[in-house]
Design a protein around this ligand. Structure first.
Ligand SMILES: NC(=O)c1ccc[n+]([C@@H]2O[C@H](COP(=O)([O-])OP(=O)(O)OC[C@H]3O[C@@H](n4cnc5c(N)ncnc54)[C@H](OP(=O)(O)O)[C@@H]3O)[C@@H](O)[C@H]2O)c1
Length: 233
């Protein structure tokens, strides 16, 4: 098995929002970038992108083929995410959100992490959210998927660090992309600023990054209030 090259970066969820802003930054810095999304990413050559749905049945096989052709990747950044408001009459979007945000991240790791572990080097970065801090009745699957993703990434990070592989959990508050649909977006940052946070994390390789910090503190306090509400029924 060829060892992963730390200069080869895979961005999953690259056609829009934070992922696309990251692709732009990495290309500007002269990095070798490959992307995965359902739609094309104008900044990437056709050869450097895979157009696929991460919850499709053929996703794993097509990702494996991409790794064989363009990898193995030393750095993988998971930027995929969907989030919709709860419709109690139709829970299909809840299932789709959990599959997309959590299970597809795990399936991706199944393909990209073993070569890193075998070589004793590499970095997996996942974009979770400050929404991981507690249950959100307005978007139950989104908050659950992010709680699961954060816990999974952090535990993987602790498990793999002694083996030379870094895992970083990135938790943002509101970022100005199509995903941020709330009419009220306190401490909003733009996609390029968010991408700069991720780019820096590729150098510093922390276990977790939460931005903006003030939003993280407020969400922590809000989650304590929510825990009390749940505790008291
Ligand atoms: N924006 C925020 O306020 C915010 C806050 C905290 C955390 N986050 C997290 O940050 C990450 C990026 O969010 P964003 O704001 O940049 O969202 P975005 O603008 O909607 O971009 C999401 C990216 O994921 C891709 N994607 C979505 N579903 C996919 C699927 N089934 N298969 C393949 N690719 C898929 C999209 O491309 P295609 O549609 O072309 O597939 C797009 O490139 C997400 O995990 C999100 O939860 C966002």
């Amino acid at each position: 098995m060829t060892a992963p090259d730390l200069d080869r970066i895979l961005v999953v969820g690259c056609s829009d929002g934070i992922g696309r802003a990251l692709v732009r930054r990495l290309l500007a810095a002269g990095r070798d970038v490959t992307g995965v999304s359902r739609s094309r990413t104008p900044e990437l050559d056709d050869d450097a992108q895979l157009v696929v749905d991460v919850v499709a049945d053929d996703y794993r096989a097509r990702l494996e083929a991409l790794v064989a052709r363009r990898g193995p990747f030393g750095v993988v950044v998971w930027c995929v995410g969907v989030g919709v408001a709860l419709d109690p009459a139709d829970l299909a979007d809840e299932t789709r959100t959990l599959r997309t945000n959590l299970l597809a991240a795990s399936e991706t790791a199944e393909v990209v992490l073993p070569p890193m572990v075998a070589a004793g080097r590499g970095h997996l970065v996942g974009l979770s959210s400050l929404a991981d801090a507690g249950p959100n009745p307005g978007a139950p699957a989104y908050s659950a998927s992010k709680a699961g993703l954060s816990s999974w990434l952090t535990a993987l990070g602790l498990a793999l660090r002694p083996r030379g592989v870094a895992v970083t959990n990135v938790r943002f508050g509101f970022v100005d992309t199509k995903m941020a649909q709330s009419p009220w977006k306190p401490f909003l940052i733009d996609a390029d600023r968010a991408a700069a946070v991720v780019e820096r994390a590729l150098s510093t390789r922390p276990l977790q990054v939460s931005r903006p910090r003030i939003a993280a503190w407020i969400m922590q306090a809000a989650s304590a209030v929510m825990a009390l509400r749940v505790w008291t029924g």
